[in-house]
Every structure is written in structure tokens, then in C-alpha cells.
Design a protein around this ligand. Structure first.
Ligand SMILES: N[C@@H](CCC(=O)N[C@@H](CS)C(=O)NCC(=O)O)C(=O)O
Length: 202
């Protein structure tokens, strides 16, 4: 299978981390959707990354669907718990929280690319405070835990670290480590995982 993505896309990173943590054979193809000649719009009508192409021609999008599918391919490890519906919901809810941070950060990024006089301060404020609340909740929920849920790595951890790395890239001034020492403590070992390190472009 082939993952079309871009190195700066946090949703792409989340899917890549699943592929890497589960040791799934794949090709990662850097294919920003807006670049002339990008294959993404040919496969995904939404022209977004990540887009997963299976060997039989099936196209999979978007990142929650990709992650759910990938997790079914093997059990080592299981990243979306299968037995307990509540635990599963909690992991998916972490993913939703992380994806929401990404969504708001992308809106702020797109807004910031507009000329200053065309930027919409209420939009920036709305999404900025959504991110602030989400980070505060993540820190409270984590407490001093090693993992977002349970006693092992799950999709929740991979989604959250993807969101935080996107904030490092696009909103370094937010200083989530300084504002949320609990999040920083949780993130330190996660950021050292070979999977995570291999997705960071110097
Ligand atoms: N909800 C989608 C969001 C994907 C998304 O918006 N990706 C961005 C990149 S971060 C994208 O491809 N935008 C279109 C573009 O850059 O032209 C998912 O989870 O996969």
C-alpha cells in the first residue's frame, strides 16, 4: 500500500505513526495536494492528505478511517482497543481532541497567510481559544500518566503527539511546553520513539 501525504501535515503524521508502530509494509509518497501534477486529486475527490492507496486500487480517506483500517491489519500492537467499548470510545475521543487541535491550527495557519488587513480576528480568536482549552483538557486528563489511555501506547498518544508537533511547527509562540508542563512531561518519551523521530524533517 501507498500513503500519499505531506511532511507538514499533522493528519499525515498520525497515519504514518500507525504504519511505523505496527511495522506495516508501505511506501510513503510526499504529494502535497496543491502541487501541479499531484496525484492526490486523482484518487481523493477532496484532494486532501493523507490518502491511502491499497494494492487492489481501493482508496482510503480521511485520517480517522485510515487509522481504523490500518489498525485492523495486525495485532502488534493493537492501537485502537477492540474489547471494551468505553475504552475504545476514550481512545477515539483523544483522537478527536487531537484532530480538533489540528483543524483549528490549520484554520489559523490559512488565515495567517492572508494579508494582515484581510485576516479575521474573531476567527483567529475562536480557534486560538479552542486550542488553548483542548491543551488544558489534555493536560488535566493526562495527569501524571505515561499513556493517554490504559497502560500502553494507543492511537490516542500518536494523535496527540502529531497535534503537538504541528503546534511546534506553526505556533511555536504558543509555547505549549512552558504553558503545560504536564503535557511536556508526557511528550518527552513519546517524542523519543523511533517512529516519531523518523517523521521529523530537520
Ligand atoms: N479530516 C482530514 C483532514 C485532512 C486535511 O485537511 N489535510 C490537509 C493537509 S494538513 C490537506 O490536505 N489540505 C488540502 C491542501 O493542502 O490543499 C483528515 O483527518 O484526514
Amino acid at each position: 500500500m501507498k500513503l500519499l501525504g505531506s511532511d507538514t501535515s499533522p493528519y499525515t503524521r498520525k497515519a504514518r505513526l500507525l504504519l511505523l508502530e505496527k511495522g506495516l509494509p508501505h511506501a510513503y509518497v510526499v504529494a502535497p495536494p496543491r502541487e501541479p501534477g499531484s496525484p492526490v486529486p486523482l484518487h481523493n475527490p477532496l484532494a486532501r492528505v493523507p490518502t491511502l492507496l491499497l494494492d487492489d486500487g481501493t482508496v482510503v480517506y480521511d485520517s480517522p478511517v485510515i487509522c481504523e483500517y490500518l489498525d485492523t491489519l495486525n495485532d502488534h500492537p493493537v492501537l485502537i482497543p477492540r474489547g471494551d467499548a468505553v475504552v475504545r470510545m476514550r481512545v477515539r475521543r483523544w483522537e478527536a481532541l487531537a484532530d480538533g487541535i489540528m483543524d483549528s491550527a490549520v484554520v489559523i495557519r490559512l488565515e495567517s497567510l492572508r494579508p494582515p488587513e484581510k485576516q479575521d480576528p474573531p476567527t483567529l480568536a475562536l480557534h486560538g481559544s479552542a486550542i488553548a482549552r483542548a491543551l488544558a483538557l489534555a493536560e488535566r486528563q493526562l495527569g501524571s500518566r505515561t499513556w493517554c489511555e490504559g497502560d500502553a501506547l494507543t492511537l490516542a498518544d500518536l494523535a496527540l503527539v502529531s497535534a503537538l508537533l504541528y503546534l511546534d511547527l506553526r505556533q511555536p509562540e504558543r509555547d505549549w511546553r512552558g504553558q503545560h508542563p504536564g503535557l511536556a512531561a508526557w511528550a518527552r518519551p513519546v517524542l523519543q520513539r523511533p517512529s516519531v523521530r523518523s517523521t521529523i524533517v530537520p
